[in-house]
Design a binder for this molecule. Structure first.
Ligand code: GLY
Length: 354
């Protein structure tokens, strides 16, 4: 069974295909390309490379966020040029969010932009990272600071690929699924409750239901605000203002993105309650859900609140140094608030103290 989700953003129109994918589907889709170049990472390629290697030459980068770098981007651009890639060539990303960001940015910049598609091989990529056209790389100064909106021409989201994903990586993606529940879709929380055992056991049908539902939610938000200019797309950033600050402050070593986002959702729900924008009891519900999925409820070691605040002031959503956060309303609704008082954030950070 396949579920197709339509994405529309500015002039781009494409589909995310939820269901099994094989090499011949990809070859057929890209039959008009002059050549296809694969970008993958060492973990994903050793698990799935055999299935897709016939599609074209592959550049396999080390697994891990460190590969989302200027150096790696530059190496790939040179590889494309030396291999004769032209304007009609296409890139195929095979991997999780790190690879879809990196490969998408390589596609956005090579010869001022060539086509790319993605085989999303992690839960995080299937529900969020591979969808919606945000591509980019990191700088030592911060995550995703260099990037472009460049939409894929297709994204394949095969639940079978999720069976080999290590448990911590799977949980990393669950954090984003939980985010959809609180920020945009209260029914998602019921689904997570009723299909908890099946999802945890990676049952294909249960995975298809949650991933394609997240895909549809994202497609709707992206359609309304493709470039995050009117605040609507920022709802997908619930938990991320604090989460990105925690990740950066710990040098991207101590917490996965999903773990940091869970801590961020707890703090931001508390901020909303203290600012009287979020109904009382919401923070407790976030904590309960995060606990049920075995994700962290507190920092592993203490962090300086002032330094976290300083990082939040420099978040991409911030304007003129005011902290901006996507704060919950009723469960399943969220709004970007551009000027959150710092004192409230400092108070809310106490909820996740080590
Ligand atoms: N990951 C959030 C977004 O795509 O807007």
């Amino acid at each position: 069974m396949k579920t197709l989700v339509d994405f529309e953003a500015d002039a781009a129109r494409y589909q995310a295909v939820y269901g099994r994918v094989c090499a011949s589907d990809v070859a057929e889709f890209h039959q008009a390309a002059s050549s296809l170049f694969i970008i993958s990472d060492s973990n994903v390629w050793s698990a799935h490379g055999e299935k897709f290697s016939e599609l074209g030459p592959a550049m396999v980068v080390p697994a891990g966020e460190a590969s989302k770098s200027v150096e790696c981007w530059s190496e790939i651009q040179s590889w494309l040029a030396e291999s004769g890639a032209d304007r009609k060539s296409a890139i195929l990303a095979v991997g999780g969010g790190m690879i879809t960001d990196l490969a998408g940015f390589c596609a956005a910049t090579y010869m001022r932009g060539i086509a790319y598609s993605s085989i999303a091989a992690s839960l995080m990529a299937q529900v969020d990272a591979a969808l919606g056209g945000k591509t980019g790389i990191d700088l030592p100064e911060g995550k995703n600071l260099v990037g472009a909106f460049h939409h894929p021409s297709r994204v394949w989201c095969d639940p079978q690929l999720l069976k080999t994903v290590p448990e911590p990586e799977f949980k990393n993606g669950m954090a984003e699924v939980i985010k959809y529940g609180f920020a945009v879709d209260a029914l998602m929380l019921n689904l997570l409750e009723s299909r908890r055992a099946e999802i945890a056991n990676r049952d294909e049908d249960a995975l298809l239901e949650i991933t394609s539902r997240c895909g549809s939610l994202k497609a709707q938000v992206v359609r309304e605000d493709p470039k995050e200019t009117i605040g609507r797309r920022a709802v997908l950033n619930f938990g991320h203002t604090v989460g990105h600050a925690i990740e950066a402050e710990s040098g991207y070593q101590l917490y996965s993105h999903g773990e940091a986002v869970c801590l961020g959702m707890i703090v931001e729900a508390k901020v909303g309650e203290l600012a009287k924008r979020t109904p009382a009891g919401s923070c407790a519900r976030v904590i309960e859900t995060v606990r049920e999925w075995g994700l962290p409820l507190a920092l592993r070691s203490s962090m300086n609140a002032e330094r976290l605040i300083e990082r939040m002031r420099r978040d991409k959503k911030a304007v003129a140094g005011s902290i901006a956060m996507s704060l919950l309303g009723e469960v399943g609704t969220c709004r970007l608030v551009p000027d959150v008082p710092e004192q409230i954030v400092i108070e809310a950070l106490k909820v996740i103290e080590a």
